[in-house]
Design a protein around this ligand. Structure first.
Ligand SMILES: Cc1ncc(COP(=O)(O)O)c(C=O)c1O
Length: 290
């Protein structure tokens, strides 16, 4: 079984040969987009939703995909097969391609597609049993009016800096506020809080990536008859929540135990547990597998 697998434009290569030109605008300007699909029992989970978001990112950056959906599905499957076992984390990056050393991308004709597969992350059991620690980062999420955080682009510098803050305080994740001081999301996960039986997650207009897991959780709440609001809340609201959890493709539903030094009231809370259990069913439902 291979740990890492690499591909360039659909061709599997060794790490040393997994190269793009230094004139690729993905490298020069972060002018690229990406998606991460995970496997469940060796099948692609929610690949259709990830592809939809890839198209959305591509459209927002005026770089319509040069390969069709079938190509991406087949390549994700091939990446997993090549690893040869276990569950996979399957990243596909689409770059603007090579062009002159200029912000003008009109001469970048050919997108590069880079595949990186590795074993699916295993997070500490302790984080699920007693909740992980997150911090409220000083670095802000960029506003929708700048590079819209809804675009899953190769430019993650705010998130890189925010995660550094988390690591300095032994945190697993950093929660980012927008310039208005409202909670948006964490560096690679979305955030939910529970207050008085109501689940709340920041509204899209606050500036965030619409996580595939976030979408499933909103649906799960509806099915469970739990009220779920896409709304506005602050860091103080988060500290005063009854329960807090973060969601993402590799993390699923991870309860939050501490925000900085502040302990969250219930970890994991009963609503978080119900949602996590229902999401587990979603993950294993063959209708979400491709
Ligand atoms: C900024 C950001 N927010 C949220 C998420 C969670 O999204 P998903 O549930 O699609 O993995 C990610 C995933 O990497 C992310 O990078």
């Amino acid at each position: 079984m291979k740990d890492y697998v690499f591909s360039i434009n659909g061709k599997f290569v060794d790490e040393g040969d997994a190269k793009v030109s230094v004139l690729d605008h993905g490298f020069l300007f972060g002018d690229s987009i990406y998606e991460v699909v995970r496997t469940v029992n060796g099948k692609l989970f929610a690949a259709d939703r990830h592809l939809k978001r890839l198209h959305k990112s591509a459209q927002a950056l005026d770089m319509p995909l040069q390969r069709d959906d079938d190509w991406f599905i087949k390549h994700w499957r091939a990446m997993h097969k090549r690893r040869g076992g276990g569950e996979s984390y399957l990243r596909i990056i689409v770059t603007r391609g090579v062009g002159p050393l200029s912000l003008d991308y009109s001469k970048c004709d050919k997108q590069n597609v880079i595949g990186i597969a590795k074993p699916l992350n295993v997070w500490p059991d302790e984080d699920y049993a007693h909740g992980c620690k997150v911090v409220l980062a000083h670095v802000r999420r960029n506003p929708k009016q700048a590079t819209d955080p809804a675009i899953k682009s190769g430019n993650y510098l705010n998130n890189v800096l925010a995660l550094k803050e988390a690591r300095e305080h032994q945190g697993a994740e950093a929660v980012m506020l927008n310039v208005e001081g409202h909670v948006t999301e964490a560096t690679t996960s979305n955030i939910f809080m529970v207050k008085d039986g109501v689940v709340k997650t920041p509204a899209r207009k606050e500036g965030l990536l619409e996580g595939v897991t976030r979408g499933f959780i909103i649906e799960v709440c509806r099915q469970l008859g739990i009220r779920c609001e896409e709304t506005i809340f602050t860091g103080d609201d988060l500290l005063n929540a009854d329960e807090v959890f973060i969601t993402g493709t590799t993390r699923d539903v991870m309860p939050v135990g501490h925000i900085g030094r502040h302990k969250i009231k219930r970890t994991p809370g009963s609503i978080t547990i119900r949602i996590a259990n229902a999401y587990h069913e979603v993950l294993h439902d063959p209708k979400n597998h491709q």
